[in-house]
Ligand binder design. Structure first.
Ligand code: KIV
Ligand code: ZN
Length: 511
């Protein structure tokens, strides 16, 4: 008999707290649909009280997701809990996840509350949440640095109040596997009625041990793991879903539990999240990195050819590598295009949107011989990016570089409907195009990151560019894709400028 391990994905909430990773409603919906296809049990869709945009995104996700539970985070105050309750209302299965810090350092310096006040507030928050759903999760933020006797007191009180899941977070990524496992063992042994609730672990990766710590918690009784795709998340990120799921599956001999994840959907989900957030996947990342199944040394290659299991503990196809299909070429029609988008879980909400995406597809097919699923995802992301706001729009551009001469670029932009031109020189064509755009936009932003990834292989592949800009404490990522990387760079820069221009303010749950 194996237990079910609940996979609670927080890519859309904790993952979105990564610098610049904030997503539009449409992007969140695409990721939520893919998470449902992946088979996650709970999707933490956001933090409803953060902003009207966050509330709206959670509500839209709650309207379409049927197989996974839809959850909103809420601080332990009435306004947050009621916002969460309203946002998840349309969901078939819904959860409110409320939290308050329990460590001396957080209670004293951040909350300025006594232990009694924290317990009282935690209980009250669970009771407010129960007005909306009987599926209430409580988290003791910074549990890792909380005193054991106080943690036991808080957990005992929230179980009595009706919480069904108790989450124990290593908020600051401080623990190590042996100690984290020990903490679960002690909590489960000492909290009254601990067998009536699900124990959950939520680990951050500051010391690179988030997945190891989570798995140690599972070995000691945790039956829910909170994790994100590609380990995205605040600072060094969260435990990564793909590592947890594949460790559980590959080491059945060690873990007496199973997940409901369709592992063949792992790589497509990872690629989608990377392309939407602009966070590239390092090549040597476990499971989803480009080299995760590549054997470079002759001895390894020889071994794998003779008997695969000599060097492989998992099969690449089991996690979705090689599942990318060559979809179409320039002769493919609208019906085939629409059908493939549907299979990828991409829902375009109007006939106009389908027509615009199809026109882009035809353009791309003229430049690129084979079109893969990743190309279609990038094409739709690009189309959505163009709709973030039309304040800055690329009308035309050109860039020239020649040996012995300084590269030059020229752009024509539409800015708030008015046309503007600029020419600039730069260290390279991308630098020149950014300078030309800046001459017009005068944004005064700081460029924090510029990265290019090829979406598929080959020199005709689309380059996907991420540009991270900062201004006045706000950080945004812009994306652009094109077979010409200078064009992709200009699109990414403008996408970031448009996000800054739209600029809706959001509260951070932990501040
Ligand atoms: O890291 C953390 O403590 C959190 C809580 C809100 C669960 O993200
Ligand atoms: Zn967290």
């Amino acid at each position: 008999m194996t237990d079910k391990l609940i996979i609670f994905d927080t890519t859309l909430r904790d993952g979105e707290q990564s610098p610049g990773a904030s997503m539009t409603k449409e992007e969140k919906l695409r990721i939520a649909r893919q998470l449902e296809k992946l088979g996650v049990d709970v999707i933490e869709a956001g933090f409803a009280a953060a902003s009207p945009g966050d509330f709206d995104a959670i509500r839209s996700i709650a309207e379409v997701i049927k197989d996974s539970t839809v959850c909103s985070l809420a601080r332990a105050n009435e306004k947050d809990v009621r916002a969460a309750g309203e946002a998840i209302k349309p969901a078939k299965r819904r959860r409110i996840h409320t939290f308050i810090a329990t460590s001396p350092i957080h209670m004293q310096h951040k909350l300025r509350m006594t232990e009694d006040q924290v317990v009282e507030r935690a209980v009250q928050a669970v009771k407010w949440a129960l007005e909306y759903t009987d599926d209430v999760e409580f988290s003791a933020e910074d549990a890792v640095r909380s005193e054991m006797d106080f943690l036991i007191r808080v957990f005992d009180a929230v179980i009595k109040a009706g919480a069904k899941t108790l989450n124990v977070p290593d908020t600051v990524g401080y623990s190590i596997p042996a100690l984290w496992g020990e903490r679960f063992k002690d909590l489960i042994a000492r909290v009254p009625n601990s067998d009536k609730v699900i124990w959950s672990t939520h680990c951050h990766n500051d010391l690179g041990m988030a997945s190891a710590n989570s798995l140690s918690a599972v070995m000691n009784g945790a039956r829910q793991v909170e994790c994100t795709i590609n380990g995205l998340g605040e600072r060094a990120g969260n435990a990564s879903l793909e590592e947890i799921v594949m460790a559980i599956k590959t080491r059945r001999d060690v873990f007496s539990c199973d997940t409901g994840i369709d592992t063949a959907q792992i790589v497509p989900t990872s690629k989608l999240v990377s392309s939407i957030t602009g966070y590239p996947i390092q090549p040597n990342k476990a499971i989803v990195g480009a080299n995760a199944f590549a054997h470079e040394s002759g001895i390894h290659q020889d071994g794998v050819l003779k008997h695969r299991e000599t060097y492989e503990i998992m099969r690449a196809e089991d996690v979705g590598w090689g599942a990318n299909k060559m979809v179409m070429g320039k002769h493919s029609g609208r019906a085939a295009f629409r059908a493939r988008l549907q299979e990828l879980g991409i829902v375009l909400d109007s006939e106009e949107a389908v027509n615009a995406a199809f026109a882009r597809f035809k353009d791309l097919a003229d430049k690129k011989h084979e079109i893969f699923d990743e190309d279609l995802q990038a094409l739709v992301s690009d189309e959505e990016a163009a709709q973030v706001s039309e304040h800055y729009r690329l009308t035309a551009m050109g860039a020239h570089s020649e040996t012995g001469k300084l590269p030059v670029a020229r752009v024509v932009l539409s800015v708030g409907g008015k046309e503007a031109h600029a020419d600039a020189q730069g260290g390279g064509p991308v630098d020149a195009i950014f300078k030309a755009i800046e001459q017009i936009a005068k944004s005064g932003t700081e460029l924090l990151l510029y990265s290019v990834n090829n979406i598929t292989s080959g020199t005709d592949a689309q380059g996907e560019v991420t540009v991270r800009l900062a201004k006045g404490g706000r950080v945004v990522n812009g994306q652009g894709a094109d077979t010409d990387i200078v064009t992709a760079s200009a699109k990414a820069y403008l996408n970031a400028l448009n996000k800054l221009h739209t600029g809706t303010e959001r509260a951070h749950p932990q501040v």
